[in-house]
Design a protein around this ligand. Structure first.
Ligand SMILES: [Zn+2]
Ligand SMILES: [Zn+2]
Length: 304
C-alpha cells in the first residue's frame, strides 16, 4: 500500500500546499480521503489514476475538505466512467452534492452511491473480502468522522515441503487447508491448517484523523495502526489557537500516535502561517514525544 499526500494545507491553500486530500493506493485501487479544492489537479500531478478511485471518504463538511469533490465527480462523468463510485460522509453531504449537480443538470454516467452518517455514528462502513473501513467520530468544531482502513489478516504461507512430507495429495485439499479448513486424508488422518501454514500475516492499517483536537477517540481509532495520518495544524506557538478552533498541534498528534501504539505518524494539514522550514522545525520538536514522524508535503508518497 502507499499513501500519497495530495494537499497538506489547512483552511486556505498556499503557493506550495493544496487543500486536504490523501490517496491510499492498494493493489491498483484508490481510496480518497477528503477532497479539497484542487484535488483533481494534484491527482494528475501525482500520477494517481482517478479512473481507479474506488471510494471517497469525506470526514467533515468544512470547505477545505469538500469543495473539490464537485469538480472531480464532474470530470469522472466526462471521462465516461462506468464503474460505480462510493462517497461516504456526514449528514448534509447529499444536500451539497445535489445542489451542485442539479444546478448543472448533470446525470452521471455511473452509479454514485452516496452514504451519509448521522451525528455520533460509529461503525463499519465498507466490508470487502480483503479489507474493511471503520468510522468513529472525532472532536472538531462540527461533526467529523475519522476513518480506519484495515486489511484483513492473511493466512500464513503454504509450506509445500511440509504438505509432501505429510503425504497430502496435490489438488483441492491444498486449497481447503489454505482457506483455514481441516481435511481428512484417505488413510483417516486429520490434517489441520496450522500443520502446513506459516504464521498468519497481519493486515496493515491506515488511520485518518482530520480535523480534530487531541482526543481519546483518535487514540482508540488508531490502536496499533501501521500509519496514522493526523492533522497537525499548529505548532507550540499556537496552542491556545488550536484549543480554540478544535485543531491539533503536532505535539498533540505525536501524543495520539504514541498512546495508540501506532508504527508511524504522517503529519499534514498545516496552517498557512508556517512555511516549510518552520513546519520541519515543529516536526523536530514533536519527535521528542514520538519519533517516527513523517512531515508531509504535497505529492509526498509513503510506502507502508
Ligand atoms: Zn481542515
Ligand atoms: Zn475542519
Amino acid at each position: 500500500m502507499k499513501i500519497v499526500l495530495l494537499g497538506t494545507s489547512s483552511a486556505v491553500p498556499t503557493l506550495t500546499r493544496g487543500l486536504s486530500s490523501t490517496a491510499l493506493v492498494r493493489e491498483g485501487d484508490v481510496f480518497l480521503f477528503d477532497c479539497g479544492e484542487g484535488t483533481q489537479l494534484q491527482l494528475m500531478r501525482s500520477g494517481v489514476k482517478r479512473s481507479r478511485i474506488h471510494s471517497i471518504f469525506i470526514g467533515h463538511l468544512h470547505g477545505d475538505h469538500l469543495y473539490g469533490i464537485a469538480g472531480l465527480l464532474s470530470t469522472l462523468h466526462l471521462d465516461g466512467r462506468e464503474a460505480p463510485l462510493n462517497v461516504f460522509g456526514p449528514e448534509g453531504l447529499r444536500v451539497f452534492l445535489n445542489a451542485a449537480f442539479r444546478t448543472a443538470d448533470l446525470q452521471f454516467t455511473f452509479n454514485l452511491n452516496v452514504r451519509e452518517f448521522p451525528r455520533g455514528y460509529r461503525g463499519r462502513v465498507l466490508d470487502e473480502e480483503e479489507f474493511y473501513v471503520e468510522a468513529l467520530p472525532l472532536d472538531h468544531s462540527i461533526f467529523c468522522l475519522g476513518w480506519r482502513f484495515q486489511e484483513k489478516d492473511k493466512p500464513g504461507v503454504f509450506n509445500l515441503d511440509k504438505a509432501r512430507e505429510l503425504g497430502i495429495p496435490r489438488g483441492p485439499l491444498y486449497g481447503k487447508l489454505q482457506h483455514g479448513e481441516k481435511i481428512m486424508l484417505p488413510d483417516g488422518r486429520t490434517i489441520t491448517p496450522d500443520m502446513v501454514l506459516g504464521m498468519p500475516r497481519e493486515g496493515k492499517s491506515v488511520v485518518y484523523c482530520l480535523d480534530t483536537q487531541f482526543s481519546e477517540r483518535s487514540i482508540q481509532l488508531a490502536d496499533k495502526c501501521t500509519a496514522l495520518v493526523h492533522e497537525t495544524t499548529f505548532g507550540p506557538d499556537a496552542i491556545e489557537l488550536a484549543r480554540d478552533r478544535k485543531h491539533s498541534t503536532m505535539a498533540d498528534a505525536a501524543r495520539v500516535a504514541k498512546e495508540a501504539g501506532a508504527a508511524n505518524l504522517i503529519a499534514t494539514h498545516f496552517s498557512s502561517r508556517y512555511d516549510g522550514r518552520q513546519i520541519a522545525q515543529i516536526g523536530d520538536e514533536a519527535r521528542e514525544v514520538f519519533e517516527k514522524i513523517t512531515v508531509g508535503r504535497d505529492l509526498l508518497e509513503i510506502e507502508i
